[in-house]
Design a protein around this ligand. Structure first.
Ligand code: TXA
Ligand code: MG
Length: 337
């Protein structure tokens, strides 16, 4: 299959109309959202949705997010909009938050991974929303990476992973947030964060909602299965060996200096001086690092780095999500120095 790679042009909607046509005949289109690039298919067409799993090499028990462009589309998809769901969607939609709700039977098991719930998101990015509008149906879209690789934050990343496997890639530049959406289970009276993101625990708590993290996000020794099936897979992994270092600047620096050939992921305040070294911006502004993380993990791969060290980010605000993705990329390897 030849993959059509097109640059988005705000003055020319023909591209989005063509992309919507591809979706409507059961094809696959990668498109930007404010979080990461998504790999979209007609969310109500089981055959098309199956192609997503195939193109990504994704395990079939890992459910997909349905993307909508208007809250009105929600009532056909979900069986119940709980009071906390209503509060959260009023506050954070359109935006980087996905809500897990009880599904209606129109949502296939292929989308929901056999669960009785469905994840729904109303993205903010105008390309994403116009595409959904033109297609005039919910678009099922996971991140547009090969399963196990870092999520794509640039169209080039999608091209690296999926060229020849999908119909079209729409290049809309770099993604604003850079980490995937916050996934919140709102089926009960309490909001449960299944995957942390730009919409933080504190943001939700501020609304007076009772909120908690899914246990496996805080208790690393938890043997319980994460409620979000995707969180159990090794994810975001670079090809080389990555270890996250925790400690004072001087000790981290001294430690890494013993490995001048290692790749380093650090912050402006923590320069190390290795040859292959990327800064995630200020350690006090985790939004900067969030936007850059996946791109740098991919760059380590292209440079063929075998060994990497990352300085542990601050864990507050979106820093919690940044740490979550980094720990996963490191396969849980965190070392105190
Ligand atoms: O920002 C994002 O969410 C991006 C963009 C494209 O919207 N999408 C994305 O999709 O990250 P994906 O498929 O890579 O991640 C979806 C996550 C997975 O961890 C999946 O297990 C979880 O959401 N999920 C989906 N449906 C679920 C459900 N019914 N219950 C619990 N978790 C669910
Ligand atoms: Mg993903």
């Amino acid at each position: 299959m030849t993959t059509k790679f097109v640059k988005y042009d705000a003055k020319n909607n023909d591209i989005l109309k063509e992309a919507a046509d591809i979706i409507n005949i059961g094809g696959l289109v990668a498109f930007p959202t404010e979080t990461v690039y998504g790999l979209g298919a007609d969310g109500l067409n089981v055959k098309a949705v199956k192609k997503i799993y195939e193109a990504k090499g994704r395990p079939s028990d890992n459910p997909l997010i349905l993307h909508i462009s208007d809250i009105k589309q929600l009532k056909d998809l979900v069986a119940e909009i709980t009071p906390i769901a209503k509060i959260l969607m009023d506050k954070f939609w359109p935006g980087p938050m996905t809500l897990v709700m009880k599904k209606q039977s129109i949502v296939s098991d292929t989308v929901s991974g056999g669960l009785d719930t469905v994840a729904v998101r109303l993205p903010e990015n105008e390309i994403a929303r116009n595409l959904i509008n033109y297609a005039n149906k919910p678009i099922a879209a996971p991140s547009a990476n090969s399963s196990g690789r870092p999520s794509p934050t640039k169209a080039q990343h999608v091209f690296e992973d999926l060229n020849g496997k999908i119909d079209m890639i729409i290049d809309g530049g770099s993604c604003e947030v850079g980490l995937e959406s916050t996934v919140v289970d709102v089926t009960g009276q309490k909001a449960v964060i299944l995957r942390p993101g730009r919409v933080t625990f504190e943001d939700i708590e501020k609304l007076g909602i009772d909120v908690s993290y899914d246990r496996h996000l805080i208790d690393k020794s938890s043997v319980e299965k994460p409620k979000s099936p995707g969180m159990k897979y090794k994810h975001y992994a670079p090809k080389g060996d990555l270890v996250v270092l925790e400690g004072e600047y001087e000790s981290i620096k001294e430690y890494i200096k013993k490995f001048p050939e290692a790749g380093v992921l650090t912050f402006d305040e923590y320069p190390i001086g290795n040859e292959i070294e990327f800064s995630l911006g200020s350690i006090y502004k985790s939004e900067q690092g969030s936007k850059l993380l996946f791109d740098y993990l991919r760059q380590f791969d292209s440079l063929g780095v075998n060994k990497m060290f990352a300085v542990k980010p601050k864990e507050d605000g979106i820093g919690f999500a940044l740490c979550n993705r980094l720990f996963k990329a490191a396969g849980g390897k965190v070392m105190e120095v």
